[in-house]
Design a protein. Structure first.
Length: 393
């Protein structure tokens, strides 16, 4: 390969964009930052339903074109943050960045769904899931994406997302910190030549990033979604890679996930720039473990739900992410998600209640219920927002 690639050195020297340290990204602050620092590279390509600008940033002088887009889902910011870090990587000239920018022209659409991003919701202002809107293009945002994609020949596409903390790596008691997908083009999930190209690049990502992140990378389901962007880009002959940022232990603000996500972007771009045949080694793609729905944020094991019963259950708790107007970072609200035999599931945190009985301060609540706040007692233990207090009155 024409430029030496060392993932450990890259990780050690990677810098993050210090102006955006939080997981939450305010659309107005992002727009102001991009205009201030990258105005010559920016093009306003449209406006959201609430008239917020949507920008495309273009860099590189290569003959091949890559389209990247972030925050199609407003509550998935890791792609946006990693693309900001990617810009810093390109500012610090090195052999790897030179290799990429000499081979490619990159078009990065920052925050395709700014209305959803502002209030931390998946859907756009009209309640449309943009990633299920490719065929009808009912949303302005999808119209913007499709128009941009039609304006030049794209050789590769990166669809940047986040996945919830519920996902793990199949066969392992590990969260899926990263997941990747080469989308299907049809219901039968046929491995086409276009899919092989994105599979080959995902295999390269997997081989490199696994050196830093062993046992925490999975393969997203390749079930065919006829309305989705990635599936349709792939059908159009544009090799497309879905990136999913997930949970790393004790990293709910996804700072470590962000780093691995950025390294994955750089790895994919590098291998795309130096491989003559992107499909080479695609067979490894199928050896990546599947994504598995296997985690709660917290599980309390062996809880009695009645004083007069010795039988116990498990209580699964999940955080709801929320942004409060005027705040610049997320808060996490713990709610009961499941009750019963959860022996087949893992918790990012697990606590053995040792047969303690659950009691609620609200006397109208006799038993745990799905969807209520995770505030209760387990005999002498006090649980507030899902967490066991170390001291109590």
């Amino acid at each position: 390969m024409s430029a030496e690639f060392k993932i450990f050195d890259l990780n050690e020297n990677l810098s993050i964009e210090e102006n955006f340290k939080n997981r939450y990204v305010n659309p107005s602050e992002l727009s102001d930052f991009l205009i201030k620092n990258y105005k010559s590279l920016l093009t306003e390509i449209g406006r959201s339903e609430l008239n917020k600008p949507i920008y495309k940033l273009t860099l590189g002088k290569g003959p091949k074109n890559i389209l990247l887009w972030t925050q199609m889902h407003g509550n998935e910011t890791t792609g946006t943050l990693s693309c900001l870090d990617l810009l810093k990587f390109f500012e610090n000239e090195n052999n790897c960045s030179h290799e990429i920018l000499s081979k490619f022209t990159l078009d990065i659409i920052f925050m395709l769904n700014p209305d959803g991003a502002e209030i931390w919701t998946r859907r756009n202002r009209l309640g449309i899931d943009i990633n299920r809107d490719f065929l009808t293009a009912s949303s302005i945002e999808m119209q913007v994406l499709k128009k941009t994609a039609s304006e030049k020949k794209y050789d590769l596409a990166f669809n940047l997302h986040d996945q919830r903390t519920i996902f793990g790596v199949e066969g392992k008691k590990e969260p899926a910190t990263l997941a990747f997908l080469s989308p299907s083009e049809s219901v039968d999930r046929k491995v086409t030549e276009t899919r092989k190209k994105s599979m080959g690049l995902i295999a390269d990502i997997y081989q490199e990033i696994s050196k830093l992140l062993p046992n925490k990378i999975s393969r997203f389901t390749d079930e065919f979604y006829p309305r989705s962007v990635g599936d349709n880009f792939q059908k159009l002959g544009i090799p497309t890679i879905l990136f999913e940022g997930g949970h790393f232990p004790k990293d709910y603000y996804r700072q470590k996930t962000r780093r691995y996500f950025t390294l994955s972007l750089i790895t994919a771009l590098y291998y795309a720039s130096v491989k003559d045949e992107w499909q080479k080694g695609y067979e490894l793609y199928n050896e990546i473990p599947n994504n598995s729905l296997s985690f709660f944020d917290i599980i309390y094991r062996n809880v009695r739900i009645r004083e007069d019963k010795k039988e116990t259950v498990d209580i699964g708790i999940q955080y709801v992410e929320k942004i409060t107007k005027g705040e610049n970072e997320l808060s996490f609200i713990a709610k009961i998600e499941d009750i019963g035999d959860l022996s087949f599931m893992y918790g990012h945190e697990e606590i053995d209640a040792e047969g303690r009985c659950i009691v609620f301060a609200d006397s109208t609540i006799q038993f745990p219920k799905i969807g209520i706040l995770a505030d209760f007692k387990l005999d002498e233990w006090i649980i507030v927002n899902g967490k066991k207090l170390d001291s109590f009155a």
